[in-house]
Each structure stands twice: as structure tokens, then as C-alpha cells.
Design a protein around this ligand. Structure first.
Ligand SMILES: [Zn+2]
Length: 77
């Protein structure tokens, strides 16, 4: 099942949760404070447009992604 990133609206805790596609839009409970957490909409995609205008795949290359806190795209597509 896919892993989604959530951000707690109460304590700003960021965490990942494995959820089914059916529940991906539902609010999650923060594991720290139990508050409402909203899913972080990742802007990271498989393809990234480089400065040279050439669209290239960055998936699986280990490249860092500005949209991912983990520094890789392994969890965001
Ligand atoms: Zn929280």
C-alpha cells in the first residue's frame, strides 16, 4: 500500500502513514498529540523539468528532490 505524508495542524508534527487509496483523503490522527493531520500534497513527480528545458526522469536515480524531506523521491510517487 502507498505511504502518505501527513502534517499535524496542531503540533506541526510530520509523519508518514500507510493507507489504502480509499482512505488517502481522510484526515489522520497525529501519533504525537492525537490532533487532526492533513495529507501533504506532494508536488514531486516522476518527471522533472531541468533548467535546460529538457524533461527527464529523475525516478530511481537517487537525485534529491526539493519537494521531499527525505532527499530522495522514493516515497513521493
Ligand atoms: Zn500533533
Amino acid at each position: 500500500m502507498p505511504i502518505y505524508e501527513y502534517n499535524c495542524t496542531k503540533c506541526k508534527n510530520k509523519f508518514e502513514m500507510i493507507r489504502s487509496l480509499k482512505n488517502m483523503e481522510a484526515e489522520a490522527a497525529c501519533p504525537v498529540c492525537g490532533g487532526k493531520a492533513q495529507r501533504i500534497l506532494s508536488t514531486c513527480t516522476t518527471f522533472s523539468r531541468g533548467g535546460d528545458g529538457i524533461t527527464k526522469s529523475i525516478a530511481g536515480t537517487g537525485s534529491s528532490c526539493s519537494s521531499c524531506s527525505g532527499g530522495s523521491c522514493s516515497g513521493c510517487h
